[in-house]
Design a protein around this ligand. Structure first.
Ligand SMILES: NC(=O)c1ccc[n+]([C@@H]2O[C@H](COP(=O)([O-])OP(=O)(O)OC[C@H]3O[C@@H](n4cnc5c(N)ncnc54)[C@H](OP(=O)(O)O)[C@@H]3O)[C@@H](O)[C@H]2O)c1
Length: 291
């Protein structure tokens, strides 16, 4: 028998892959803004609570967010803006409803809670210090989750990519498209991140539910890649035959108004030492990418 599972954001880049992978394990009950019959807006507490009260699920995976970082930056400090309302108020509503109905919250967060100034991998002990509005609202949401009296798990990811193609193009498929169409910008040699293979992250979500794991975990690949080396890997592994040019983040930042984290790669040891399956390396994952 399938277990009931409450979700938000199940139609998004990350959630829809989890839904594909685990449709035989879970009976999904998604709080879905797009649902024609019963649309649920997570910024509306009454709607959220009603759905939680009628669900048998023991867990809620909360993925819904305003994820357009540049769009979010244009709303900086605007508490009536969609970014704050979805990311902070929406999460507070999920937290309140989970407390009332005693459900375990699994909140998916981001490495953008960090300022990006650290030279090494970020660990769970590092203090967040967001430098733009999206990261700030996700950090405020993490705080709301942490304060909850319900059981909680926070999973931070960075630059998620999938093996298949999806309507919202991910970082790997964007690079593939850029190479194929010969429109790829020069790739920064001095910007670092920790790509997250969504196919494996789906298994992490299932692991957290199966083991009732609580706490804060970094759940990316645990690897650190510069944009340039990452694009080179994709070009070579998928035999795209393109030319990858070197770019300089400092030159870009001198012209850009939006702040940009220099490093968002995270240490994932805390999670990987307890996982009961082996995550793919980024090189193995890129080898699986369809295009
Ligand atoms: N993508 C990244 O680069 C990245 C990096 C790090 C962390 N994350 C985090 O990972 C999670 C999933 O990201 P994603 O890229 O899969 O997101 P996504 O593709 O942008 O999808 C976001 C989802 O949120 C839903 N949503 C937005 N506002 C809503 C509202 N008011 N009520 C109900 N649902 C609402 C959307 O519903 P509709 O489809 O109906 O619009 C959509 O399904 C997010 O929490 C994000 O912050 C993402």
């Amino acid at each position: 028998m399938k277990n009931n599972l409450l979700t938000t954001g199940l139609n998004g880049l990350v959630g829809s892959h989890f839904a594909l992978d685990f449709h035989n394990t879970y009976e999904f009950d998604n709080l879905d803004l797009r649902d024609k019959n019963q649309p649920i807006d997570i910024t509306n507490y009454e709607q959220v609570l009603k759905r939680f009260q009628t669900s048998q699920a023991t867990h809620v995976i909360h993925l819904a967010a305003f994820t357009d970082v540049t769009g979010a930056w244009q709303q900086t400090d605007d508490k009536n803006g969609l970014t704050y309302r979805v990311n902070v108020v929406g999460t507070e509503n999920i937290v309140r409803a989970a407390e009332v109905t005693n459900k375990h919250i699994i909140y998916v967060s981001t490495a953008y809670v960090f300022d990006g100034e650290k030279k090494e991998l970020y660990t769970e002990q590092d203090q967040p210090n967001p430098i733009e509005w999206y990261g700030k609202t996700k950090w405020l949401a993490e705080e709301a989750v942490k304060k909850s009296t319900a059981p909680t798990t926070i999973l931070r990811i960075d630059q998620p990519f999938r093996s298949d193609q999806f309507e919202k193009i991910d970082t790997v498929h964007l690079i593939i498209k850029g190479i194929q169409e010969k429109i790829l910008h020069p790739q920064f040699t001095n910007h670092f991140f920790g790509p997250t293979y969504v196919n494996d992250f789906s298994k992490v979500l299932d692991f957290v539910i199966r083991t009732k794991l609580t706490g804060l975990y970094h759940a990316s690949s645990g690897e650190s890649w510069s944009d340039f080396e990452f694009a080179k890997l994709i070009n070579e592994a998928l035999q795209l035959g393109g030319e990858i040019k070197e770019g300089d983040l400092d030159a870009y930042l001198a012209k850009s108004e939006r702040p940009y984290q220099r490093n968002t790669a995270m240490d994932t040891t805390k999670l990987t030492k307890i996982l009961d399956f082996k995550q793919k390396t980024i090189e193995e994952a890129i080898g699986e990418v369809e295009f």
